[in-house]
Design a protein around this ligand. Structure first.
Ligand code: GRF
Length: 203
């Protein structure tokens, strides 16, 4: 399958996906990196790696639906099969999400269903949990609510602040996302209605 990675900023998860996809045997090809901000640092990294990129400045579109139509057109132009949101900080319209149902993944920096939305590390510290982590899930119209493909947990240490905790989670994101994308790209994890069906070798 041909993958598009969608970013808004730094792109460290995108970089980990690029690295993983270069290894022999990875079951998919990263065919496009797209961003909703032309200045996203990850775009430069993708260009330097020789990848096709699309910068779709969301401010240039009159509304969400128009932006999503342009994004959908770009994905089709590049023959994309699977959309991978990696730090993509833009809510997608239900119409777009339905069009890519079962073919779009997101990584969220918490152990869902805990701590949806933004500032997840601050939420975890405020709640006093001793375990935190990250989740890869299929995207559904409701934010951070889709069926779960994979999760990784890290301890919350007594002296943690947002910076130390987010760094510990990010290490796991960089490991988890390529593994989860490989599961879906190879058909070993498939969305069936509102649950994920795992095949042999899915762990
Ligand atoms: C990651 O923590 C991701 O889980 C969250 O935003 C951050 C993006 O980081 N949604 P990067 O752009 O992949 O470096």
């Amino acid at each position: 399958p041909r993958i598009a990675v969608l970013i808004s900023g730094r792109g460290s998860n995108m970089a980990s996906l690029l690295a993983a996809a270069q290894a022999p045997g990875f079951p998919a090809q990263i065919a496009l990196v797209a961003a909703n901000r032309p200045e996203a640092a990850g775009l430069a990294h993708a260009r330097a790696a020789g990848l096709a990129t699309e910068a779709l400045d969301h401010e240039a579109y009159p509304d969400r639906a128009a932006f999503d139509r342009a994004l959908d057109a770009a994905l089709r132009r590049h023959g994309i099969d699977l959309v991978v949101l990696a730090g993509f900080m833009r809510v997608l319209t239900p119409g777009f999400v339905e069009a890519w149902a079962g073919r779009m993944l997101n990584i969220h920096p918490s152990l869902l269903p805990l701590f949806r939305g933004t500032r997840t590390h601050a939420q975890a510290l405020a709640a006093g949990v001793r375990l935190h982590g990250c989740t890869v899930h299929f995207v559904v119209p409701e934010l951070d609510a889709g069926p779960i493909v994979a999760q990784a947990a890290v301890p919350v240490l007594p002296q943690d602040d947002v910076q130390t905790l987010s760094a510990r989670v990010l290490v796991q994101e960089h490991r988890l996302y390529p593994a989860a994308v490989a599961l879906v790209a190879s058909g070993r994890a498939v969305l069936d209605g509102d649950r994920v069906v795992f095949g042999p070798g899915a762990g």
